[in-house]
Design a protein around this ligand. Sequence first.
Ligand code: ADP
Ligand code: MG
Length: 339
Amino acid sequence: MTDRIRLLPDNIANQIAAGEVVQRPASVVKELLENAIDAEATHIKLIVKDGGKSLIHVIDNGIGMSPNDARMSFERHATSKIKHADDLFRIRTMGFRGEALASIAAVAQVEMKTRLRDADLGTLLRIEGSELITQEEVICPEGTSIAVKNLFFNVPARRKFLKSNAVEMQHIFQEFYRVALAHPSIHFELHHNQVEVYNLHPGKLSRRIVDLFGKQYRQLLIPCKEETPTVKIHGYIGTPQQAKKTRGEQFFFVNKRFIKHGYLHHAVMQAYADTLLEGTYPFYCLFIDIDPEQVDVNVHPTKTEVKFEDERTLYAFMLTAVQRALATHHIKPSLDFEI
Ligand code: ADP
Ligand code: MG
């Protein structure tokens, strides 16, 4: 009898794991933007070429990394964000799995430049398909710059399944909206094929919404705010008249993390009730602030699905919050708020 089982080499294990985290260019955008936010950046620039297929480049002015950390950051399950199992239940950072960079580097050509705030020199690191090509000292600004080139260059089957540049770009916009809405106090730029698409200056949420979706939103936003000792809902909802046939402008955030939640979406729709034309969806950008121990974000690797401890109470609370906001709007139809 011969033994047949052996451990997969790291590069293959990483490529398999990458399938969970990196589905398309937009997944890379999400992970890199989240890392920049976790690094306390106040200015984040995203440069994209060809719908992200040739280049996704994120430059931040965050805390940067030491040369050792820069190298470690590409190891699987390497993270500075959690230490103990208990930490999983009080996560305050966007990332925590330590999988993103390892996964991205398994299926792309990556170039990272990073410098700690108090260091004279930074580190330049090149890695392709999990293989370290070079690491050297470099003069660079403080913060981190990560360029991800030729996604899936080594997985032709995955590359073939990418959609057109335009479609991939739509997915990137969605990720960008989510992050930009959740962090109106951060300056974001987005450039696509050398064109500046967004230059979002720091400010209030209402201004961020207008900057992203257009001036017409100025008249359409209804503030929504409701609080109990354990949970707070705040943000803006759109007027029923402005509701669109297409989805894509509905945003829930739990502790600043974008989530999809069919049940809570239902609560919002329920609140609008018959004010909506059939088959239309209102704009909403609603933040739920809740004790992290009441939420389990560890459900899915891409983390857009979360579980709440008490979903029914939250449903009722959401329904009331939106109903009240709408009621206020009917009493005072011409809303006057500053942006
Ligand atoms: P996670 O975010 O889940 O910890 P990642 O693979 O995304 O895992 O990143 C691994 C580690 O690399 C992070 O924990 C962090 O310490 C470091 N890192 C990644 N991106 C940045 C960045 N832009 N600035 C500073 N540190 C970073
Ligand atoms: Mg991360």
